[in-house]
Design a protein around this ligand. Structure first.
Ligand code: UDP
Length: 325
């Protein structure tokens, strides 16, 4: 297939582009490089530098079609920032995304694979979280993605747009070639590995009084390559599915403390850490049920937490400064 991958220079998008290219798809990446890196784009896929909300960039991107599908991963995705700057999140994740989807309609592209998020659920009423769990986001990031999901339900009904939306839990880990690199890092595993290596100050553990066994937040970590594989499976099934929402998670929860312990156990070095106040916008527990993706896509995550940690560390050792030249 010929695919347009927005955000294909970013962390998850570049791994989607890598696996898609390896599987024989033709990939065009649209990314404005505000968070992504040119070096993350796989060789063999064309990069168009531009924003999803920019009509000129969209015209250029769609002129390099026709595309069989759009994989839309370009987004703002820092939860705490979304609590202080919601305007950015609604602009990019909702308004600009709708501009992209309008361009798809104008160019007759009828298949969309969307990256959504577990943050659409908010504080879970029960775990594991199934896709039918009520969606009541507790941060503007989750709200912006939920609003886009809602639009797509109507677009499917009115325009027949076929959509598979993935609600990612916590993406982590690396392939041999691509890993986590941000100009401003906020995520647990890369910060913990850098703290372990002495390249950053001790890891600040946000919150010790959550209603969890050890008081720190519980998350469901899923390997970025497992997430990317689900996107390729979605392409095979999207015409039959029409409109579908899938959790992508490992179905196992680890507290922040347990992640730091797993790093020490797997890599043989302690992660220096210190207690810190809660971070705004963080739900206490997010753990997926992935039963629907298993049943309807035949998807099964392959990597557990130890493999995630090892792959992230191997990549970090080869790229101590990330993609920065
Ligand atoms: N976290 C932490 N210290 C950090 C970064 C993250 O304690 O420096 C915690 C955070 O509060 C959350 C978990 O680690 O409970 C995962 O956070 P991350 O930012 O990696 O992903 P998110 O869950 O926000 O998508």
């Amino acid at each position: 297939m010929k695919l347009l991958v927005t955000g294909g220079a970013g962390y998850i998008g570049s791994v989607v582009a890598e696996l898609a290219t390896d599987a024989g798809h033709e990939v065009v990446v649209l990314d404005d490089l505000r968070a992504g890196f040119r070096a993350a784009v796989p060789q063999g896929s064309r990069l168009i530098v531009g924003a999803i909300g920019d009509p000129a960039a969209l015209a250029q991107a769609f002129a390099s079609g026709p595309f069989d599908a759009v994989m839309h991963l370009a987004a703002e995705a820092a939860i705490e920032e979304s609590t202080t700057n919601p305007a950015l999140y609604f602009q990019v994740n909702l308004a600009d995304s709708l501009t992209l989807i309008d361009a798809m309609r104008a160019h007759g592209v009828a298949r969309l694979v969307l990256s959504s998020t577990a943050a659409t659920y908010g504080e879970p009423r029960q775990v594991p979280i199934t896709e039918d769990h009520p969606q009541a986001p507790v941060n503007a990031y989750g709200e912006s993605k939920l609003m886009l999901e809602t639009c797509l339900r109507w677009y499917h009904r009115a325009y027949g747009l076929r959509t598979v939306a993935f609600r990612y839990f916590n993406a982590a880990g690396a392939t041999a070639a691509r890993g986590e690199s941000r100009r401003h890092e906020t995520h647990l595993l890369p910060l913990a590995l850098d703290a372990m290596a002495g390249r950053r100050p001790p890891l600040r553990v946000f919150g010790h009084d959550y209603p969890t066994p050890d008081g720190t937040c519980v998350r469901d970590y899923v390997h970025v390559a497992d997430i990317a594989r689900a996107h390729l499976l979605a392409l095979e099934r999207i015409d039959q599915l029409g409109l579908a929402f899938f959790n992508l998670g490992s179905e196992t929860g680890y507290s922040v403390r347990q992640v730091l312990d797993a790093v020490a156990r797997t890599l043989g070095r302690e992660v220096p850490s210190e207690p810190a106040p809660r971070r705004p916008g963080d739900p206490a527990v997010l753990v997926a049920s992935a039963a629907r993706a298993r049943a309807e896509l035949g998807w099964q995550p392959e990597a557990g937490l130890d493999a995630i940690i090892r792959s992230a560390w191997e990549w970090r050792q080869r790229h101590p400064h990330g993609y920065r030249e």
